[in-house]
Design a protein around this ligand. Structure first.
Ligand SMILES: *Cc1c(COP(=O)(O)O)cnc(C)c1O
Length: 372
């Protein structure tokens, strides 16, 4: 019996960098500074430079990054924000949190990212922003979305929680839209050892508003310019992220090698494999295949010790949280619903071995031969 393959081994990521991470954490512990301060500022400067953006503001997590970006742009009650129908629910929850209304748009079924033609058809007089998601590590087609945003006077916000290091037409994700929102949740391509997030932007006024909003609307202690919140990046997490940032490119390369292996070994299978769009340098946060027999394949791999996951099994409009906005009996967003029934994420990550990917591909081909 061959070894089992976990979908994700976060402990392995820590063990590989243990000495450096431990030293970074101890540096913060010894500094006596436990909220904001030099460590957060240093990470912000390094993350902005990496993303080819002028500003980065460290915040508490990815959901707060989205909420703060929407607030900084003045989006709230009475406004509509275009969101993908096939995203992690955080994208939608941020819009709802600021009191705006989600206007879901279906993705391009080959890239799984927002389809600009469908976006244009969904723009209403109340639309204030397009919130694009670089799903699974692949950038959405940003140029046509930027053209639409300019033509209709909308903001373009990017949910880049799965796209650390990805490029659109050669330029790093980080400053194409008005605000780019990052999560450093532990499983992301750049992951902290707890919750963390950031917003990058080339607009100094937006950066400044987010800087205030994350810290009680305050620049000077006990002077409050805005009704802000406490949504600050923790300096211990900032120190860990500074260590891991130095490895992001090489760890993304490991993901690319695994994706190339899956593509090669599964080319002859009947699975729909992920497609890299011509504009994209994909960073393979997830390797998502599709088959109408998804549940059977998942069960088969599980019997062989292979852990797979589904991103995502229930689209946001089918969640109880959004029951009031969408009637449950009508198919309103068919692409999102088909994807939810067919997608399967194979193990990928900096600590998945190439031999494991080869074995998973082989098991998949064998399984397919057993299907009638
Ligand atoms: C992870 C993720 C988020 C939320 O990030 P948190 O840090 O967990 O709040 C938002 N959007 C997408 C697409 C994500 O994958």
């Amino acid at each position: 019996m061959s070894a089992t393959v976990a979908f994700l081994d976060l402990g392995a990521a820590y063990r590989e960098l243990k000495e450096e991470i431990d030293a970074a954490v101890h540096r913060v512990l010894a500094s006596g500074c436990y909220v904001l301060g030099a460590e957060v500022e240093a990470f912000e400067a390094e993350w902005a430079a990496y993303c080819q953006a002028q500003h980065a503001v460290g915040v508490s997590n990815g959901l707060d990054a989205l909420i703060l970006a929407l607030q900084a742009l003045g989006i709230g009650p009475g406004d509509e924000v275009i969101v993908p129908s096939n995203t992690y629910i955080a994208t939608w929850l941020a819009v709802s949190e600021v009191g705006a209304v989600v206007a879901p748009v279906e993705p391009d079924p080959s890239t799984y990212t927002l389809d600009p033609a469908r976006v244009e058809a969904s723009i209403s007089p109340r639309t204030r922003a397009i919130l694009a998601v670089h799903l699974y590590g692949q950038p959405a087609d940003l140029d046509p979305l930027l053209t639409l945003a300019r033509r209709y006077g909308l903001y373009l916000i990017e949910d880049a929680a799965q796209a650390h290091g990805a490029r659109y037409k050669g330029q790093r994700i980080g400053a194409h839209g008005d605000a780019v929102c990052w999560s450093f949740y532990p499983s992301k391509n750049l992951g902290a050892l707890g919750d963390a997030g950031a917003v990058t932007t080339n607009d100094s006024a937006i950066a400044e508003r987010i800087r205030l909003l994350r810290n009680y609307g305050s620049r000077r202690k006990y002077h409050h310019e805005l009704r802000g919140r406490n949504a600050r990046l923790d300096p211990i997490q900032a120190a860990v992220l500074r260590v891991k940032l130095a490895y992001l490119d090489s760890w993304n390369e490991r993901r690319r090698a695994l994706a190339a292996c899956y593509h090669e070994k599964l080319a002859c299978s009947e699975l729909a494999l992920p497609k890299q769009a011509p504009w994209a340098d994909h960073v393979w946060h997830l390797f998502v295949v599709r088959t109408p027999k998804r549940d059977e394949l998942q069960r088969h791999l599980a019997t062989q010790g292979i852990e797979t996951l589904i991103h995502y099994p229930i689209p946001p409009h089918r969640q109880t949280a959004y029951r009031d906005l969408f009637s449950t009996d009508k198919t309103v967003l068919p692409i999102a619903e088909i994807l939810a029934g067919e997608v399967l994420s194979l193990p990928i990550g900096p600590h998945v071995k190439l031999e494991a990917a080869e074995r998973i591909a082989q098991l998949t081909i064998t399984w397919q031969g057993l299907q009638t």
